[in-house]
Design a protein around this ligand. Sequence first.
Ligand code: NAD
Length: 296
Amino acid sequence: MNIAFIGLGNMGGRMAHNLLKAGLTVYGYDLSEVANQHFAEAGGVVCDSPQAAAKQADVVITMLPAAKHVKEVYLGEHGVLETLKAGALCIDSSTIDPKTIQDIAEIAHSKNIKICDAPVSGGTIGAQAGTLTFMVGADESTYQAAKAVLGHMGKNVIHCGDVGAGQIAKICNNLILGISMTAVAEGMALGVKLGIDPKALAGVINTSSGRCWSSDVCNPWPHISENAPASRGYQDGFATQLMLKDLGLAVEAAGQVKQPILLGGMVQQLYQQMCMRGNAHLDFSSIIHQYLPEEA
Ligand code: NAD
């Protein structure tokens, strides 16, 4: 099976590497020369456009920043849907709005091309280790075909429903994550200001009803969770600007169905402020700085 992988950045580069390690032939394309070079060093075949990569492929995987890039790669001037043969499979693992992938799917289906959304959870650590969770939106036969490929890059491949359902699951998960991280930051900052040792406080939370992923695995206070970005200056994690993008997707989707997401709207503004202050690239757990004095 030949695979085309478009978008070889922090996530895509590591995911493509796992496909290569599984012995698959992977044709890749990225706008970044550095990303292409790393991919070539891992044994991938670098192509000079998405179409050139897709021409060789039975399966196309895309891992791109946002909806406009996904539209460009599938439907643009050098878009892959122009090139793919009938029966080919497209898997978009980017985090985007459900409507965009549903619109692309309509065009793909008219060309007898299978397509699914398969956004991921697990971050760059999961991408590297091949332990990602994929949330798949597709009909049953497309899901089964995608599962065979995604199994090389993840340990959970969950069928969420029809095209777009994977993105709905991803957006709702990250809405909860953005809020829960802010709640833990608020609680930790208050506790320390009131005089408790942060380790003692985290120890209580993590054996009590406040416990969650943000308190336990990725605590925003430094040196509570040793492997967390907070313990390495908030570097190399899930960037605040990506969390802001995902909260924007949740707010937009909620607006479309007139569903209130009160806390989501509030934390979106907090992450917006973080980005405005030049911290867009820091891990989103750096939201705790909204609760600390300037010099902290
Ligand atoms: P990234 O910016 O590191 O990588 C995206 C890559 O796409 C870049 O290398 C860029 O050059 C390339 N690109 C952009 N437009 C292109 C085009 N037209 N053709 C070819 N390549 C193009 O981003 P990332 O961290 O890898 O994230 C990718 C997606 O995964 C995003 O939607 C993000 O929200 C989602 N995601 C990221 C994480 C994480 O921890 N980083 C976790 C879960 C989901």
